[in-house]
Design a protein around this ligand. Structure first.
Ligand code: SAH
Length: 340
């Protein structure tokens, strides 16, 4: 059986040609799928014969709502979706003043091993497919009735560890016959897979790249992010500089503030030094406590912010949404797994 929603229109056109159908069917089916059709029977502008043929050879993915939590504080909605094979992933819908934003997952679990992150505790189970990534946007919009204008790839998983799928997802979600969400409304967050950042730079997409930095020195970064051991901060910043030079897009550096680990003045000074000469922006994140981890939120967020600002760096502190619903990614999936 073929996962038809993961195809782009060119692949669909080839597929229909093989079935002896005209290529324009591709556009029709693409439109149905990207409006959330869950059965070929719904596709009323196709002949009954074609619908039957498609039902016999393709399947249409549609995740089921396993759990849904709505924040009483700010309207944030968190979905735990059950996929075709029974695995679960999370999607969060956030209401920002600049637009309704979904935070989507790219893998079932994660193999990056960051010490502060709940998503990686059980390791990686598998990559998501392009259709499963698209469905998170599509079905969050359909279920909530909230029109979505922005996407952040900051949910469970490391998007650049599932590179080809993520590129296909971007092509699909960006398509004028589909959800038509512009690249400038999409952010991709990575723990810093440098070869993949270099590969992404060559594609010159207009999306926003976020780099989860969390420490400016190798000793600290390698301690909390194993991915750093083979790469190092210098090499990471080299890729970041090249990324900016090639794409003209400023990078956003994510920095979760951890008590006594990465919140010293010298670390702010070193971070500023790395950023000299590369336009970028630092986003300080108050650490979300994960119960399996001994790491605690920093009490120096403001001081650290001021110190960076004294060096002329642009800094924002992330507003916390959905604090009452385990809205930081990985936590709901984990809770559900432990309960079942
Ligand atoms: N793998 C990608 C995207 C998923 S994580 C990445 O590493 O960027 C999305 C963001 O949340 C990352 O910046 C990640 O470091 C951060 N994060 C993970 N656990 C966190 C926690 N407990 N508190 C604050 N931020 C956290």
């Amino acid at each position: 059986m073929t996962d038809i929603k993961s195809m782009n229109q060119a692949e669909m056109a080839d597929y229909f040609r093989e079935l002896g159908e005209p290529a324009f069917r591709a556009k029709q089916v693409f439109q149905w799928l990207h409006r959330g059709a869950v059965s070929f029977d719904d596709m009323t502008n196709l002949s009954k014969g074609l619908r039957e043929k498609l039902s016999g050879s393709c399947y249409i993915t549609a995740p089921a709502v396993e759990r849904k939590q709505v924040s009483a504080q700010d309207g944030t909605i968190k979905y735990l979706w059950k996929l075709r094979d029974g695995n679960c992933i999370e999607t969060v819908l956030m209401r920002y003043h600049h637009g309704n934003t979904v935070c989507i997952s790219s893998q079932v679990g994660c193999r990056m091993g960051c010490a502060f992150c709940a998503s990686t505790l059980g390791g990686k189970v598998r990559n998501l497919t392009p259709s499963e990534m698209l469905d998170q946007v599509l079905f969050t919009q359909l279920d909530s009735g909230v029109p979505i204008s922005n996407i952040v790839l900051m949910g469970i998983g490391e998007p650049l560890d599932n590179f080809d799928t993520v590129m296909r997802f971007l092509e699909l979600v960006n398509h004028p016959d589909g959800l038509n969400i512009g690249m400038r409304h999409i952010s991709l967050s990575t723990c810093g897979l440098v070869e993949k950042i270099d590969k992404l730079a060559d594609l010159r997409l207009q999306l926003t790249l976020s780099v989860s930095l969390h420490a400016p020195d190798d000793e600290t970064r390698s301690r909390i992010m194993p991915v750093n051991k083979a790469v190092g901060v210098e090499r990471l910043f080299r890729s970041c500089r090249q990324y900016f030079e090639k794409t003209g897009r400023r990078i956003s550096y994510e920095y979760a503030m951890i008590d006594g680990v990465n919140d010293s003045d010298w670390q702010a000074d070193l971070l500023a030094k790395h950023l000299k000469g590369t336009p970028g922006h630092v986003n300080l994140i108050p650490l979300n406590e994960v119960k399996e981890s001994p790491l605690k939120p920093s009490r120096r967020v403001e001081a650290f912010q001021k110190r960076l600002e004294q060096h002329g760096i642009t800094v924002t502190v992330r507003r916390k949404l959905g604090g009452d619903i385990d809205a930081s990614c990985g936590q709901l999936r984990r809770k559900a797994m432990q309960e079942s």
